[in-house]
Write a protein that binds this ligand. Structure first.
Ligand code: DQA
Length: 145
């Protein structure tokens, strides 16, 4: 199976960005951990980060052409703003898990609404970096059924 991990804006700053909210694990650490897990399960894993909405959309369109089976996406702040990101995920019809490091329901009001959650296979939030490992496990199970 082919699984794509997409990271939205400011996630490149993980490790130093508001560590009390997002933890001290870097994006590189998270991706290395996932690549290790993927290898043991013979899964083809790709990772991608961008701060730009249009680039994220282009990458998701490309995923369709590449035959990606499942997406794990942390849309960052675009979670709460982007109809375009919702439309492309609906458009390519690749099943996806929405993930957030922080518990978005415990924070400011504006973080409680997501444009993606109702069309996601599942949502993980508030578990920090481990959430990505859980998401990958769930994604693999989903592609095997
Ligand atoms: C986030 C939560 C979002 O509200 C925020 O804008 C982010 C990160 C998270 O992983 O907790 O950039 O998606």
């Amino acid at each position: 199976a082919s699984i794509l991990v997409i990271q939205g804006p400011n996630l490149n700053l993980l490790g130093t960005r508001e560590p009390e909210v997002y933890g001290t694990t870097t994006l590189k650490d998270i991706h290395q951990k996932l690549e290790g897990l993927a290898q043991t399960q013979s899964v083809d894993l790709s990772t991608y980060q961008s701060n730009h909405e249009g680039e994220l959309i282009d990458r998701i369109q490309k995923a369709k052409q590449d035959g990606v089976n499942f997406i794990i996406i942390n849309p960052g702040a675009f979670t709460h703003t982007s109809v375009a990101l919702r439309d492309v995920l609906a458009g390519v019809a690749i099943p996806f898990i929405e993930i957030h490091l922080s518990n978005i329901h415990q924070r400011e009001e504006f973080r409680k609404h997501s444009y993606l959650s109702d069309i996601a296979t599942g949502v993980i939030c508030g578990l920090g970096a481990i959430g990505y490992e859980l998401a990958l496990q769930a994604a693999i199970a989903h592609t095997q059924k």
